[in-house]
Design a protein around this ligand. Structure first.
Ligand code: GDP
Length: 437
């Protein structure tokens, strides 16, 4: 089932992020944060009374300082309107109705999206009458609350859940490999997608994805079906907020959640940037199969060592992803673009690979002999046996005498042993160590 989206909007300092954190932090409502973005606090998964939703804090979207406040509000409101099924409009009840609230309201009114009007900073029941003046915004009954003290947030959540739409189940073709192209702006994601669409048979007209305007495009290449996830997100241009990094991250996160394979696109002409590392980190957390596409290879002056050097650079910047293949391409000339789908296929196969339990345990036994497991206070870690719990990505559970004795570095060693024994190129591996009871 696709998950509906809830966005929090409102002028600066009304307490949007406090409300977001309150909902996220309460744990009674939130299943899990999306790993990797917890520090951004822009996007989280929520649940209230058994109803799941994705929560966006548009207050996390920031712009250059010289930008006008109105512009910022406009961008945040537009984002909420485009992405959300229900919008939580937060106002400051202590301050009272502000001109900028009206400004936000004017935007939201045009959207026809359900609005929950939350009047924040009313820390005491006696203050609740201060919410009445917000009736004039025309969004129905204002809900008094205090994000700081956690009062009234349950009422807000009730109102959200009441308005959430029943989304039709997404039609997922289990045989198709789902691919997302991620990377910072202008690395050439859209150009690559367009190339692939030009060179391959597009199966049917675009299929609506879970996000309001996420469009997935199924294509066929040889005997394999693929779906390019969120082609609208990479191809469409011109929305006022598209250039904002956090927004593109949000967009990429939503695409990655629905993808088997993530291509991290890097601009060969501009080299590797901090933002590329963040993007790759998200893909790693999302558990996708991953490969690097070094695009704009036509624009680089080359000799016979350039590719090797670039790959070395990638390895040093992404040390935990040494298993991710690197392909040098040009969306402009089409160089090696015909290999992209085959690469997706090969790493997608590794992503669903299942190791036989007997073979797995042979590798673990040998590993234990070659390098002794760590010990602490005279007690030594003992590996009893392992089993593969799941795929996408391959996840192994290893039962031991005491999981507290295990070490990140030893688990990393075991991962490397597994990678030597089996073909896991292009896929992350997860190892969970459990005390056998
Ligand atoms: P996106 O923001 O990642 O989707 O990037 P775009 O696909 O819009 O490309 C950004 C810019 O890079 C555009 O001006 C493209 O024409 C250019 N570009 C994309 N791919 C290539 C390539 O392979 N070689 C060169 N030289 N330019 C490219």
């Amino acid at each position: 089932m696709p998950t509906p989206v809830v966005a929090i909007v409102g002028r600066a300092n009304v307490g949007k992020s406090t409300l977001f954190n309150r909902i996220v932090g309460q744990r009674l409502s939130i299943v899990e944060d999306i790993p990797g973005v917890t520090r951004d606090r822009l996007y989280a998964k929520g649940e209230w009374n058994g109803v799941k939703f994705d929560l966006i804090d548009t207050g996390g979207i920031e712009m250059d300082e010289e930008d006008e406040m109105e512009n910022l509000i406009r961008v945040q409101a537009q984002l909420a309107i485009d992405e959300a099924d229900v919008i939580v409009f937060v106002v400051d009840g202590k301050h009272g109705l502000a001109v900028q609230d009206e400004y936000v309201a004017n935007f939201l009114r045009k959207s026809k999206k359900p609005i929950v009007l939350a009047v924040n900073k009313l820390d005491h029941h006696n203050h609740h009458p201060q919410s009445y003046e917000f009736y004039q915004l025309g969004f129905g009954e204002p809900i008094p609350m205090s994000a700081e003290h956690g009062m009234g947030t349950g009422d807000v959540l009730d109102a959200i859940v009441e308005q959430l739409p029943q989304l039709a189940p997404e039609e997922v073709d289990e045989d198709a490999i789902r691919i997302a192209f991620i990377g910072r702006p202008n690395v050439g994601k859209s150009s690559l997608v367009n190339r692939l669409l030009g060179e391959n048979r597009v199966m049917v007209s675009d299929v609506a994805g879970t996000t309001r305007d996420a469009i997935d495009t199924p294509i066929q290449h040889e005997d394999q079906k693929y779906v390019l996830v969120d082609t609208a997100g990479v191809r469409r241009r011109g929305k006022v907020y598209e250039h904002i990094e956090k927004y593109s991250v949000l967009r990429a996160l939503r695409a990655m959640e629905r993808a088997d394979v993530c291509f991290v696109v890097i601009d060969a002409a501009r080299g590797i940037a901090e933002q590329d590392k963040r993007v790759a980190g998200y893909a790693l957390d999302a558990g996708c199969a991953i490969a690097f596409l070094v695009n704009k290879w036509d624009a680089v002056e080359k000799d016979d060592k350039t590719a090797h050097r670039f790959e070395e650079e990638i390895r040093s910047h992404f040390p935990f992803m040494r298993w991710a293949p690197v392909l040098f391409v040009s969306a402009l000339t089409g160089q090696r673009v015909s290999r992209v789908l085959d690469l997706a296929r090969s790493i997608a196969e590794n992503h669903v690979f299942r190791v036989q339990t007997s073979a797995l345990n042979r590798v673990l036994a040998d590993a234990q002999i070659s390098v002794a497991p760590p010990s602490s206070k005279g007690r030594k870690l003992k590996l009893y046996y392992g089993t593969q719990a799941s795929v996408k990505p391959p996840t192994f559970v290893i039962f031991v005498n005491d999981q507290e004795l295990s070490h990140f570095s030893y688990e990393r060693y075991l991962e490397n042993q597994l990678r030597e024994a089996f073909d896991f190129q292009g896929t992350p591996i997860r190892i969970r160590v459990r005390t056998r009871s």
